[in-house]
Ligand binder design. Structure first.
Ligand code: HEC
Length: 103
C-alpha cells in the first residue's frame, strides 16, 4: 500500500480586487494592488510621484522598517507634500508587511 497522496491546498489571498481597477495602471503592472480604497490613493501617488527617476520598487523589496526612512529621503526629490508622503508610506507599509506575514 503506497499511500502518499498530498492534498492540494490551493488558497489565494484575495486582496480587495474591486472591479473598478480596470482604468488604472498602465506601466505599473508589477506593483501590487492596494488592499483597501484608502490605500489605493497611496498607491496612485506612489506610481505617479515615484516613477519619474527610477523604476518603481516593489513594496516587498524592503521590509516595513526600511520604508519610513526611504520615503523620507525621497520625499524631497519627488516633491511630495508631507500628507502625500504619509499616504504613499501607508500603502508601502501595508503591502510590505503583508508580504512578510504571508509565506
Ligand atoms: C528626482 C528623482 C527621484 C524621484 C522623484 C524619486 N527617487 Fe527614489 N531614488 C532616486 C535616486 C537617484 C536613487 C538612487 C540613489 C540613492 O539611493 O539615493 C533612488 C533610490 C531609491 C530607492 C532605493 C534606495 C536604497 O537605499 O536602496 C528607493 C526605495 C526609492 N528611491 C524610493 C522612492 C520613492 C518611494 C519615491 C517617491 C516618494 C522616489 N523614490 C522618488 C531618485 C528619485
Amino acid at each position: 500500500m503506497s499511500g502518499s497522496s498530498a492534498p492540494s491546498a490551493s488558497r489565494r489571498p484575495a486582496l480587495a480586487a474591486l472591479a473598478l481597477a480596470a482604468a488604472l495602471a498602465a506601466c505599473a503592472g508589477s506593483i501590487p494592488r492596494a488592499p483597501s480604497t484608502a490605500l489605493a490613493r497611496g498607491r496612485e501617488l506612489y506610481v505617479a510621484k515615484c516613477s519619474s527617476c527610477h523604476a518603481l520598487y516593489a513594496p516587498r523589496e524592503y521590509p516595513p522598517q526600511r520604508w519610513p526612512g526611504l520615503v523620507a529621503d525621497m520625499s524631497r526629490p519627488a516633491k511630495v507634500t508631507e500628507e502625500q508622503a504619509r499616504s504613499i508610506l501607508s500603502y508601502l507599509l501595508a503591502v510590505s508587511a503583508e508580504g512578510q506575514g504571508v509565506k
